[in-house]
Design a protein around this ligand. Structure first.
Ligand code: DMJ
Length: 708
């Protein structure tokens, strides 16, 4: 059954106002005005010495020299009316009045029709979820035969995901509100910087919006408005802060603008006092982060001090930055450039990719460390797991973000994917499962058959790259469709199966952080297995009946050789509630339409509920009434060991549980065109942003050096 929008929901199929109409674009710019200066910093902040350095020179000089603000199509961006203490007092007043009025309306209207009332402890939904969790056991569910769309209510399953999200959020709201870390077992939290970064609130915000959880969005907005300050004298990780905080704020702005009926809040409507809240915070943060890019090469330092905007080299790894971290900030800054018309955001992050590409690494595969001063790679370790992963992801997504107008990113992606097929894809000994391994000693060193859970973003991303986000059946009709894309889809399917196998292989049904695979010695590589693939033949027209990679089922589970191929080391048995496998299931389902991926996702979701739930039992209830004590789920947490039942839990809920894992489950069980893949790109923290056409200064400003 497909997802039916609630009557109050957004008209996602209706033709929207052209996207650009909602954005403030530059119609003219004051060239050389140092135009990033001052955005998001009130004059009082500036006067009280909280201005930042780095881009700081601009922030500081803005108030000194009273440079004119750049003009935008619809209005001056952050014109003085929006800043200063008087404006802030007015906003608070409007905010309070608006909130009271909305709250009354909400009460009278019966909570807007879609959001269940909060209990404050999450215990009501937590109780329901717990009772439901008792009704299933890992492994007893549907077998693949008979798995079809008939008879399954995906809406109902999607609601279960929403329930799990509400329980997680409500526990956090009750016990650790405003803290950057949440420890659901000890019921406490911890700040990363004084007053908090909004690590959990901002990261989860767009999921709250997607799930139409209006009152919780109000809570989050209020906290962002009253408590979130980025002027703290603290070092933060450049990449994590960009993808989670900047990405979260931008996505909240995007969703609330493009889909105003999702979690409808009047305070952020056009012309309302809170209209610019997310963008103001995003711009303030981005300006502080820009100092990280002020290295000799333009490659960002690992960290940045938010108050001074000074970039700080990593304290480990000889000061090198992680390659993935340095090269996965482009979607966020480019979208911000599009929103503000400020080309500096764009140019700063694009330069990083040019520095990387200038080194002409063989077959598009990069070592996982890069020196921000020299711009040179450090070491030879090549992998698509930690420190390598999102470089590859952002190549294809940058191409899609600018509506396929910038072929250089597609070229880079194609080159890397071919390099992956040539050097990193191997097959397991018994079941010929497809493995994307590592080359710790460079491309000609030994292959390590190890896959971080992080690598499991790849099946979905490969499929996304093959069709551009279109449904496969439609993409295959294009005259441009070649045998190479067919192979990519099959590779995506095979890798998806391997990732799913890492879940099936454990007692909890949840994957470990790292999985090793048993392979032949020497390893069988893709070129050995499929010598006539497009790697050796070049692109040729696809003949669908002549495919090179044969899809093999993983079932039946009994006596299956694939289990002998999986090797989990004791130190890798933890599970941090990571999203990558469900992320790929989401892409695979959206693109192929094959319901199998939803079924796998459903099994995974049930395993998360069963084993990562933090249970509370109310003994007083039983004593008082002489009945069985009642239990409820009050949150979800990470695991130390996925291979014991009951699972050994850790006391930490990662922000990406809310931002990514539950969001991707929710999207997997939603209708295929809810937040269409053809209109959006999701950043590496699952924050959706729109595709747009590059214009003016906001486009690729470099070309590749000729190859040797
Ligand atoms: C997330 O923060 C992002 O997906 C990042 O790219 C990789 N790791 C985590 C989730 O596992």
């Amino acid at each position: 059954m497909s997802y039916q929008l609630p009557p109050t929901g957004p008209s996602l199929s209706a033709s929207q106002r052209p996207l650009e109409d909602n954005y403030w674009r530059a119609s003219s710019r004051n060239s050389g005005s140092g135009s990033l200066g001052g955005y998001g910093l009130s004059q009082s902040q500036s006067q009280s010495g909280n201005s930042v350095g780095g881009i700081s020179h601009k922030l500081n000089s803005f108030f000194e020299t009273e440079k004119p603000l750049p003009m935008y199509k619809d209005k001056p961006y952050f014109a003085p009316r929006r800043t200063g203490p008087a404006r802030q007092r007015q906003r608070i007043l409007y905010g309070v009045v608006g909130f009271v009025v909305l709250s009354l309306l909400w009460l009278f209207a019966g909570s807007g029709g879609s959001e269940k009332s909060k209990t404050g402890s999450g215990s009501m939904k937590g109780g329901d979820l717990w009772n439901w969790a008792q009704s299933f056991e890992h492994g007893e569910a549907e077998k693949p035969t008979g798995w079809g769309s008939s008879g399954i209510d995906w809406d109902e399953r999607r609601e279960k995901v929403r329930d799990a999200f509400m329980v997680s959020w409500d526990g956090y709201e009750k016990y650790a509100w405003g803290f950057d870390e949440y420890h659901p077992i000890s019921k406490g939290g911890r700040h990363m910087i004084d007053g908090g970064m909004g690590w959990i609130i901002v990261d989860a915000l767009d999921t709250l919006i997607m799930m139409n959880l209006t009152s919780r969005v109000q809570d989050a907005r209020r906290w962002i408005h009253t408590s979130l300050q980025y002027n703290q004298d603290h070092d933060v990780n450049t990449f994590e802060t960009t993808i989670r905080m900047l990405g979260g704020l931008l996505s909240a702005h995007y969703l609330s603008t493009k889909y105003p009926d999702l979690a409808p809040i009047r305070d952020d409507d056009e012309g309302s006092p809170g209209e610019d809240l997310y963008i103001e915070k995003a711009t303030d943060l981005a300006d502080r982060l820009l100092g990280a890019f002020e290295s000799s090469s333009g490659v960002p330092y690992a960290s940045v001090n938010l108050n001074t905007s000074r970039g700080i080299p990593s304290h480990a790894d000889g000061g090198a930055s992680s390659t993935a971290e340095a090269t996965s900030v482009q979607l966020e800054f480019k979208y911000l450039a599009k929103l503000t018309g400020e080309a500096e955001y764009w140019k700063t992050v694009e330069k990083v990719i040019q520095v990387v590409d200038d080194q002409q690494m063989e077959d598009g595969l990069l070592p996982i460390f890069i020196n921000p001063e020299s711009g040179q790679f450090r070491g030879e370790n090549i992998r698509l797991g930690s420190r390598g992963d999102s470089y590859y992801e952002y190549l294809i997504k940058q191409y899609l973000q600018t509506s396929e107008q910038e072929p250089v990113y597609k070229e880079l992606w194609d080159e890397s994917l071919m390099g992956i097929r040539k050097h990193l894809i191997t097959y397991t000994k018994h079941a010929q499962m497809t493995v994307l391994g590592e080359r710790p000693n460079g491309l000609y060193g030994a292959l390590s058959p190890k896959m971080d859970h992080l690598v499991c973003f790849m099946p979905g991303t490969i499929a996304l790259g093959a069709t551009g986000g279109k449904p496969l059946a439609e993409a295959q009709k294009s005259p441009d469709w070649t045998r190479r894309q067919d192979e990519e889809i099959l590779l995506a399917k095979e890798l998806m199966k391997t990732c799913w196998a890492t879940y099936l292989a454990t007692k909890t049904g949840l994957a470990p952080e790292i999985t090793y695979f048993r392979i032949d010695e020497p390893p069988r590589m893709m070129t050995d297995m499929f010598p006539s693939s497009t790697m050796t033949e070049g692109n040729s027209k696809s003949k669908h009946e002549d495919l090179l990679l044969v899809s093999r089922p993983l079932y039946p589970l009994e006596d299956n050789p694939w289990q002998q191929d999986i090797d989990i080391h004791p130190q890798d048995r933890h599970n941090l509630q990571r999203p990558e496998t469900v992320e790929s299931l989401f892409y695979m389902y959206r693109i192929t339409g094959d319901e199998t991926y939803r079924h796998w996702g459903w099994e995974m979701f049930k395993s998360f509920i069963k084993h990562t739930a933090v249970i509370e039992t109310d003994e007083s209830d039983s004593n008082a009434k002489g009945k069985k004590p009642s239990s409820h789920i009050m949150g979800f947490t990470s695991l130390s060991n996925v291979n014991t039942v009951p699972a050994i839990q850790r006391d930490n809920m990662e922000s990406f549980w809310l931002a990514e894992t539950l969001k991707y489950f929710y999207l997997l069980f939603s209708d295929r065109d809810f937040l269409s893949l053809e209109e959006n790109v999701f950043n590496t923290e699952a924050h959706p942003m729109p595709r747009f056409k590059p214009t003016g200064d906001l486009k690729t400003g470099w070309t590749r050096k000729p190859r040797n």
